[in-house]
Design a protein. Sequence first.
Length: 217
Amino acid sequence: MIGAVVPAHDEEALIGRALRALRVAAAHPELLGEEVRILVVLDACRDRTGEIASRGGAQCLSVDARNVGIARAAGAQALIEQGARWLAFTDADSVVAPCWFARQLACRTEAVCGVVEVDDWTGFSAEERTAYERGYVDAEGHRHIHGANLGMSVRAYQEAGGFARLRSREDVELVQRLHALGMRIAWTNTVRVVTSSRQDGRAPEGFASHMARLKCA
């Protein structure tokens, strides 16, 4: 079984779109019918995120941490206990490609780091967009790490010790440990996710903070 973890804090406006994309990816023919379980980790949610997620066919797990590292780790552990062999991580404000799971497995590595595309550049100047694109490598062999587009085998995840209890950069810290252990990591732009251009993200030093810095440059 393949497990997908989606941490969410008050994401009722976006979680439905994220789950629809995950369901499409879960039905990809190259998975040969392997089960995919989607788990939304409701982190201190006060809105209808859980209701929408349940209606959309996802499992829900509630935590009260306001900490993405804790949320991702809780979701991963729950899916491991259900028998997952592969863990895929994305975010509630992101839309995975239809081949998202299939391409991760096709890499035949212990971990996969994919790329992200920004969904909407409204509100950004041409110069700000150019600055972003100049600093982003959308190619094979990139070295970007995104919690919105990350996958790994359960064996690798457990050997590396899982996600740390960090409010941001939990993804970077885990991939660094995987690398230090000599795990094979695919740095590929064939595994793709479209993500929000919002600047008021949930993690203090997450992608939204990077987008906000463009406005201040």
